[in-house]
Design a protein around this ligand. Structure first.
Ligand code: UT7
Length: 335
């Protein structure tokens, strides 16, 4: 079986900030409530004419610039998103056309906040099988376009961002150690984009489709499911949680990450998240946190990182990776 590893990473967030103070002027909320209940201080919001593919393109450009990578020979593109520019064509085809990538497979996958983990697992599988050699995995979201800014229970949470990694065949280095996936469709009603609501007789129109969430129920499901899933994943690997240098859970809420760490008996200091500055950016939170860990110098070559995504579906996926990215050629500009 061919090994693979993540060789390069790039990220992008839109310039425009939406702070808690801004939200105080939009709905009945307060900076204190938001920080105490979520840990979020601000998020980035795409311009009206800026779409998921634009964010993904910028993240890939950032990757190319920093690692001096050639991507015309990428042979598979996976875009993880719940907010594609169009139902079709896919964002992955827009990426392929933009970068003049030759003869690549291109597919979007929809697994909400678990999307990036699923994308990595698929990339690793395509390479391990010997079918492909160089896979571009991009997670990109413009959640602001489907957020109801009159609903204080959701509009305080979400932001826009994109992250991209290259996964390449490597006959020496075992960059993927283990993975775990799962789903619980009967809980799908607890977080959905209206459209499903239309099917269920809700009054909201598909054209104005937006995110609806019962945060309490999602919270309960995460606490009931994810610690066991992580133990299951570690039991199937050669490593233990003590060998994990960095835990990178989906950045949904600080009040979720803390009890997760407690239940796993994993030190919070070795956990990376992107909540404070960027909020919940769904599939993009994990690559954003990973990149922040790399940019800040916290993550070293050879470190084990446990990435675990969970969310709408309900669906979850995790992967234990051993990180050894290529050398950075150009220092990244700050986000
Ligand atoms: O990325 C997908 C995965 N999603 C998640 O993992 C979400 C997990 N859940 C959560 O993050 C939290 O449940 C939330 C942050 C969404 C909500 O926090 P909570 O502590 O569960 O609050 P709640 O929904 O139980 O609401 C408590 C109170 C309610 O008032 P009453 O009924 O007690 O009078 C809400 O109306 O807080 C009120 N409230 C707010 N107050 C001020 C809800 N949103 C706000 C707000 N500002 N923005």
């Amino acid at each position: 079986m061919m090994n693979s590893r993540i060789t390069a990473i790039g990220t992008y967030v839109p310039q425009r900030k939406l702070t808690n103070a801004d939200l105080e002027g939009m709905v009945d909320t307060s900076h204190e409530w938001i920080v105490q209940r979520t840990g979020i201080h601000e998020r980035r919001i795409a311009e009206r004419d800026e779409f998921t593919s634009d964010l993904c393109i910028s993240a890939v450009r950032n990757l190319i610039f920093r690692y001096n990578k050639t991507i015309e020979d990428v042979d598979f593109i996976i875009v993880c998103t719940t907010t594609p520019d169009f139902p079709f064509p896919t964002v992955s085809c827009l990426i392929q056309a933009h970068f003049h990538i030759q003869s690549a497979g291109a597919i979007d996958i929809s697994a909400a906040c678990a999307g990036f983990s699923y994308g990595l697992i698929m990339a690793h599988s395509l390479i391990a099988s010997g079918l492909h050699k160089k896979v571009l995995v991009i997670a990109g979201e413009t959640l602001s376009k489907i957020t109801d800014y009159s609903d204080r229970t959701t509009c305080i949470l979400f932001g826009d961002a994109a992250g991209a990694v290259l996964v390449e065949a490597d006959d020496q280095y075992e960059g993927f150690v283990s993975h775990h996936v799962g789903s619980e469709g009967k809980g799908g009603i607890h977080i959905y984009r209206t459209g499903l609501a239309n099917k269920l007789g809700d009054q909201k129109l598909l054209d104005n489709s937006c995110i609806v969430q019962n945060g309490r129920e999602v919270f309960r499901w995460v606490m009931r499911t994810i610690p066991d899933a992580i133990h299951h994943m570690m039991n199937n690997s050669s490593q233990t949680l003590n060998d994990v240098d960095w835990f990178i859970p989906h950045s949904a809420n600080m009040r979720l990450i803390e009890p997760l760490c407690e239940k796993l008996e994993f030190p919070l200091e070795r956990t990376l998240h992107s909540l404070v500055e960027f909020g919940n950016t769904s599939s993009s939170t994990i690559p954003l946190s990973l990149d922040q860990g790399i940019r800040s110098g916290k993550i070293s070559s050879g470190d084990h990182a446990l990435l675990y995504g969970f969310g709408a579906g309900l669906v979850h996926a995790g992967v234990l990776v051993r990180l050894q990215l290529d050398s950075v050629v150009n220092e990244p500009l700050p986000l």
